[in-house]
Design a protein around this ligand. Structure first.
Ligand code: ZN
Length: 389
């Protein structure tokens, strides 16, 4: 029976039933008008345990946070603090977060000021990463200059290098025009190499969720998010595919075996099988989980196996930004940390991955992994401690 016929038949049968039992609700009152997708907020009717994890089982090093922002591509000037350190520290103390790593520490004098305001003013609580000077990436002496800048940053106290998804998706030959510069462009080789020599891990975000490379239509699992932020889409134009970006990063990882590459957002969280193959092939590849518990927690059995297998190479991160409401899955605070702890520590089922009225990165909920204490210790702090000595 076709869908229309079936519906028609059900409607007729309903009418007949209503006719037989005059007290029944009529078809008119039973069918309400359609709910717009954005207004749909179903409440789960599952009665399942809800574990409140107010503090992490072990002290945490959150390796993926954005406490400051540097001026845009090619611009100079000081970094902007999202909030002062004094607003962040009480939350850290409540949640058992020993250290936050600020990945967007900028470069040059701005980086040094940021290190002074955060890292030096509060020893042990904040660490800072340096970012590349893309403004000079088109100049002839850039490869050497960039490597020297990393060394200066290291001497100033920077603990690692952060490379955003701008490499591969935004940065072009003339900064904002011309062809996109590839992640494995040889001009960056001295930069990757010096990080290895100085034992500075490279926190690298490449590509984006797979859905961001697909049309924004009714088949897209992140339709609502992309519909609200069409500029987050990398579908069409001259953008490389997710796999082209991933493969370019893998070539970099292969070419610099002495450099530790911390692939942010689980590298490609929708495909843990593929990430596993990459990690088996490249001993210098690590991953971080920030803003991807929504992906890990909707495949909890595969994720649990992934944590068992790569327990020495997974680092805790949240991608936290202390202010803002555009991305609730990243807003720093008690609620966000408690969700991460619940996900890693408990076997609770079917709960929200973000502190928001509606799941912001796709309409699903997650289940916890219930990791062992030995694995929790590594993921919460020991792995990060080893990499950022
Ligand atoms: Zn981030």
């Amino acid at each position: 029976m076709s869908t229309w016929n079936r519906r028609h038949w059900i409607a007729l049968a309903g009418g007949m039933a209503a006719g037989l039992h005059p007290g029944c609700r009529s078809k008119e009152t039973a069918v309400k008008k359609a709910v717009a997708i954005g207004e749909y907020e179903p409440k789960s009717m599952l009665h399942v345990p809800e574990t409140k994890v107010l503090r992490s089982r072990f002290p945490v090093i959150d390796v993926h946070t954005h406490l400051t922002f540097s001026p845009g591509l090619g611009k100079t000037g000081d970094n902007i603090d999202t909030v002062p350190p004094e607003e962040v520290l009480p939350v850290m103390d409540r949640k058992n977060i020993r250290t936050m790593v600020n990945l967007t520490g900028g470069r040059g004098a701005a980086l040094e000021n940021t290190i002074a305001r955060w890292q030096k003013a509060h020893p042990g609580r904040f660490l800072t990463f340096v970012e590349p000077s893309y403004g000079k990436s088109g100049e002839p002496g850039y490869p050497r200059f960039q490597a020297d800048e990393i060394e200066k940053a290291h001497n100033a106290g920077a603990k690692g290098l952060k490379v955003t998804k701008a490499l591969g998706l935004v940065l072009r030959e003339n900064l904002t025009s011309g062809r996109l510069i590839r992640i494995d462009d040889p001009r960056f080789d001295p930069m990757w190499e010096v990080c290895g020599a100085l034992k500075m891990p490279v926190g690298i975000h490449t590509s984006d969720p797979e859905a961001f490379f697909l049309p924004i239509d009714r088949f897209n699992e992140r339709y609502e998010e992309l519909n609200a932020h069409p500029d987050w889409s990398f579908h069409g134009q001259d953008y490389p595919s997710n796999m082209q970006l991933q493969e370019a990063r893998l070539r970099v990882i292969a070419r610099h075996p002495k450099t530790q590459f911390l692939c942010l957002h689980v590298a490609n969280a929708e495909d843990l099988g593929l990430v596993s193959q990459w990690m088996d092939r490249h001993a210098n590849m690590l991953v971080e989980i920030g803003a991807r518990i929504g992906e890990l927690g909707r495949q909890p059995r595969a994720a649990r196996k992934f944590f068992d297998r790569y327990q020495d190479r997974i680092l805790f991160g949240t991608d936290a930004i202390p202010k803002g409401d555009e991305t609730p899955q990243q807003v720093f605070g008690d609620a966000l940390d408690e969700i991460y702890f619940r996900f890693l520590e408990t076997e609770d089922e079917y709960f929200d991955y973000a502190p928001a009225r509606k799941p912001p990165q796709g309409r699903w909920r997650i289940s916890g992994l219930g990791l062992t204490e030995a694995i929790l210790k590594k993921v919460y702090n020991a792995n990060a401690e080893r990499e950022m000595r």
